[in-house]
Design a binder for this molecule. Structure first.
Ligand code: UD1
Length: 430
């Protein structure tokens, strides 16, 4: 068991300096799964140094792959054997939900897959019905036995039109990775078009897959007989980049975010400009400066290119110290509002009703012990601590470490008084 730790955050600093963003967590786990589609050695670069990559690596090892993860060079090499195992166990799947994305590739490569159901998590129940219906459209038979999804396609998969009820990121990825080796043409309508999906499509194309409609909500995939391993650089993490943008605006700071793509954050950066920040584009990213109390901004989360649900806690944290009142509508994961009650412990005025939240800004928050319920909530609470009077303790920071490589070190480099320490109350949480 990793030691339970917390952040001790002393409010007051205005963050200034440069940060460098690495590859996206939400892309690397999927492209590691995509490596399963081709026998041989696939090399991934710009891999973030986070625990989830190690867990996904362990999952691929248990399927028979060689996995060499070198955090120093941000590289993962996956060596895929001719004959793969087809079972992904609960002990790993429950730790990273994204491991459900091995279902499509295993079904395509082995004609069968047994993948543990990941279960719910802190941001809602997160069902898998679109994944299952989509793979069934391609001819797979799927059952749920003893906590596992058992999928079989003994005669192989056949292309079909799959209409997703909602542009689910995970379902799009699973159906896409199954379709690249299916017989005939698959069309995924109402597909998700997040930059991480485009990244996955580009890697699959490099492997020899035939995919049209990248960046649109209709993906057309012509199945091929086999794919070849490749080398691929992971797309920059837009959520980490966006977090630094909000950090600058909240703390009235000045942060240059390098290695980021502003085009992946258009609405978020626009919100910050509306809140009074100055946003400038750089050759390799953007710079956000703020020299006043933020103005409250309304926000609505939507599938890409809408505002990312993963940035919603940051928008709420910004509004908690803004001049005025704002309404936030969360359309993707209602459970993310669990964060609002932790923010209220710091003195924020937030009321939630269903998928709406109303936030009335206060001039300053007041430091208190709070608990991170998920990755983004943990980052947002840490930033809220920086704009609080006194000391804030953020517990359960294992969540933060899952999404933000070296978050506390980067905050210190920007001038924040943030330290990592053992959590004396950890035993109370069980
Ligand atoms: C991914 C991201 C997550 C991000 C989310 C939305 C990863 C590892 N995680 O999660 O950070 O917040 O996209 O951008 O990439 N749904 C169903 N049935 C399904 C599948 C989804 O009802 O079969 C619903 C979900 O409950 C949710 C919505 O669809 O309300 C979107 O979920 P989805 O896009 O699938 O999110 P994830 O892929 O789990």
């Amino acid at each position: 068991m990793p030691r339970m730790e917390r952040f001790r955050v002393v409010g007051g600093a205005r963050l200034r300096g440069d940060v460098h963003v690495t590859g996206a967590k939400n892309s690397v786990l999927k492209v590691m799964a995509a490596a399963l589609l081709a026998e041989g050695q696939t090399t991934l670069t710009d891999v973030p140094h986070i625990l989830d990559v190690e867990i996904m690596g362990e999952l691929l090892r248990r399927l028979g792959c060689g996995v060499d993860y070198d955090p120093a060079s941000s590289t993962v090499v996956v060596d895929v054997p001719a004959k793969l195992g087809h079972q992904a166990d609960y002990d790993l799947v429950r730790r990273i939900r994204a491991s459900i994305c091995v279902l499509g590739p295993l079904l395509a490569r082995c004609g069968e897959a047994e993948v543990a159901m990941p279960g719910g998590d802190a941001i809602g129940s997160r069902p898998l019905d679109f994944h299952i219906a989509g793979l069934a459209k391609l001819g797979a038979e799927l059952d749920n036995e003893h906590g596992y999804i058992i999928a079989r396609a003994p005669g192989g998969l056949t292309g079909a039109t799959v209409w997703l009820d909602f542009p689910s990121v995970g379902a799009t990825e699973n159906v896409l990775m199954a379709a690249v080796l299916a017989t005939g043409v698959t069309v995924i309508d109402n597909a998700a078009r997040e930059p991480e999906i485009v990244d996955l499509c580009q890697m699959l194309q490099q492997m020899g897959a035939k995919i049209d409609g990248l960046s649109t909500s209709t993906l057309s995939i012509e199945g091929v007989d086999g794919l070849s391993p490749t080398t691929h650089a992971i797309v920059p993490d837009r959520i980490v980049a966006g977090t630094w943008a909000f950090a600058a605006a909240m703390t009235r700071g000045d942060i240059a975010v390098h290695g980021a793509r502003a085009t992946h954050l258009e609405i978020a950066l626009d919100k910050l400009a509306a809140a009074g920040a100055r946003v400038d584009l750089l050759e390799d990213g953007f710079r956000v400066r703020m020299d006043r109390r933020p103005i409250a901004v309304d926000a609505v989360t939507l599938p890409y290119p809408g505002l990312a649900t993963d940035l919603q806690p940051l928008v709420m944290a910004l509004n908690s110290i803004a001049d005025g009142a704002a309404m936030i509508t969360e359309n993707i994961f209602e459970g993310r509002f669990v964060f609002a009650s932790e923010l209220a412990r710091l003195g924020a005025h937030v009321r939630t009703d269903g998928h709406h939240a109303v936030i009335r800004g206060v001039p300053q928050l007041s430091g208190a012990p709070v608990r991170a319920s998920d990755i983004r909530a943990g980052a947002a609470l840490t930033l809220a601590g920086l704009v609080s009077d006194g000391v804030t303790y953020v517990s359960d920071i294992a969540h933060v470490d899952r999404g933000y490589p070296g978050f506390d070190g980067q905050l210190r480099a920007l001038g924040a008084d943030v330290t990592r320490e053992p959590d004396p109350d950890a035993a109370l949480y069980g």
